[in-house]
Design a protein. Structure first.
Length: 459
């Protein structure tokens, strides 16, 4: 039986031409890019799954907002529109605009981690981990053990391991822990959702030790949709009601609005404490710009105000998650392993299982990403040991819990036919998996190396 595909709850009004290079041309482009997917020119990519961040298609209403955006330096009308929209969704008394998620981390985390040694999260993603380390602390992941088995079904594989969290805080000393972070959905674990029950229990533990509880809200709308489908107590609730339940115990949040708010640029910081917010405002002025524009143009702020509401529409979310489920079902038919059940924004192919002959220090997830581009012009991303990098204290290569090749699907961009191209490419690669070689790094920066490192195939 053919996998179910949920039809798009929109019609296409504008299109952009794509070009598929020949296989030899793609091989040449890979060499020129030093086998780093971030170094490929977008014009040479047929289907771009590098990220779902800032790559979505904006709606007619959002483009209309662009035309009426207020570009005033201070107190622009678009700023107040955003405050109203974000206030309704998050119900956080203090909201600060910034230009993207990592800017929110750059502003907030050094405040929370001042004089502290550790940040604990269900799982830190790359920029969060980097900003923890840049603040002089160390990032500790505390995801539930069920997440580590990619073939085992669990409704909420993104959850915090609360028993371990409690033990960790005691072991490290509560005075040394600057923040407990809940990432929803849990990107590093495969876009896996987190339950309301787990969010509340994690907040309770953090507050017991007087540690701030922060939510990374980049994909909170997708997380809320999973909650509606899988957490019995919230099955009859609306998406906004579920989001209120998720955020009501948080002390603060960061958000890359380039994901669930379906804009090309934008981010938010939310605070419940006025003193914390005052510190955030002062850092925003020096790092991002005046508080009412936060590094953003008025036109982008207006589009963000509209996109926040469009991103929580249940019909859109059904289609959005349905795209992942369709692609995952195609992979199930072919016996291609991935983090199961499929997550909200991407399919995370288990390169460790697909390419078991490649050791972690030769980066199997990166090797699979290279093969995908060679096979069909598809650009994907390593979420494994290549991304994790080196131990900040010893300089030695760390072994990631997962070796995922992430197929991040941009919002409202690709059709069912594109998803079939992706599945067919992976099926072809599986047939020659044993011949695929790993990679070695020949040049790398000390932080966030995967963006600019240079690699070569292992001979």
């Amino acid at each position: 039986m053919r996998p179910i595909y949920y039809p798009e709850p929109f019609r296409i009004k504008s299109v952009e031409p794509l070009k598929l290079l020949t296989r030899e041309e793609r091989r040449q482009r890979l060499q020129e890019a030093n086998y780093n997917m971030f170094s490929l020119a977008a014009r040479d990519v047929y289907i771009d799954l590098l990220t779902d961040s800032g790559t979505g298609a904006m709606s007619a209403a959002q483009w209309s907002g662009v035309m009426v955006g207020d570009e005033s330096y201070a107190g622009a009308e678009s700023y107040y529109h955003l405050q109203e929209a974000a206030g309704e969704i998050f119900r956080m008394p203090y909201l600060q605009l910034v230009h993207q998620g990592r800017a929110a981390e750059k502003v907030l985390l050094p405040i929370l981690l001042s004089g502290k040694k550790y940040a604990i999260a269900n799982m830190h993603f790359d920029t969060t981990r980097a900003h923890v380390e840049l603040a002089g602390a160390r990032a500790i992941d505390c995801v539930v053990p069920e997440a580590l088995d990619t073939s085992t079904y669990c409704d909420f594989k993104g959850n915090m391991d609360c028993e371990r969290l409690n033990s960790l805080i005691k072991e490290l000393g509560a005075e040394n822990v600057g923040v407990v972070i809940m990432t929803i959905t849990n990107n590093s674990a495969g876009g896996q959702p987190v339950s309301v029950e787990n969010i509340k229990k994690t907040a309770e533990i953090a507050h017991k030790y007087h540690i701030p509880f922060m939510i990374d809200a980049a994909r909170c709308a997708e997380n809320a949709y999973f909650i509606k489908r899988r957490e019995k107590a919230y099955g009859s609730c609306s998406i906004p009601e579920i989001l209120h339940a998720c955020f009501e115990d948080a002390d603060c949040f960061t958000m890359s609005a380039k994901k669930d708010a379906i804009v090309n640029m934008g981010g938010l910081i939310g605070c419940r404490d006025k003193a914390l917010f005052e510190a955030v405002k002062q850092r925003t002025i020096s790092l991002e710009g005046f508080v009412t524009y936060g590094g953003m143009s008025g036109r982008d702020i207006e589009a963000l105000a509209v996109g926040l509401k469009e991103g929580i529409d249940e019909n859109f979310l059904r289609y959005r998650i349905g795209q992942m489920e369709y692609l995952a079902a195609r992979l199930d038919e072919a016996g291609i392993p991935y983090q199961s059940p499929v997550g909200g924004h991407a399919v995370f192919v288990d390169a460790k299982k697909l390419l078991p002959h490649i050791p972690y220090y030769q980066f199997p997830a990166q090797a699979l990403a290279v093969e995908l581009y060679l096979e069909a012009g598809i650009r994907a991303c390593d979420i494994g040991s290549f991304l994790l990098g080196n131990d900040p204290d010893t300089g030695k290569q760390l072994e990631a819990d997962f070796e995922f090749t992430r197929l991040a699907i941009p919002r409202r961009v690709y059709t069912q036919s594109h998803l079939d191209v992706i599945a067919d490419a992976l099926i072809n690669i599986k047939e020659r998996a044993a011949s695929i070689k790993g990679y070695k790094i020949v040049e790398e920066p000390p932080i966030l190396r995967h963006f600019t490192a240079k690699l070569r195939p292992v001979e």
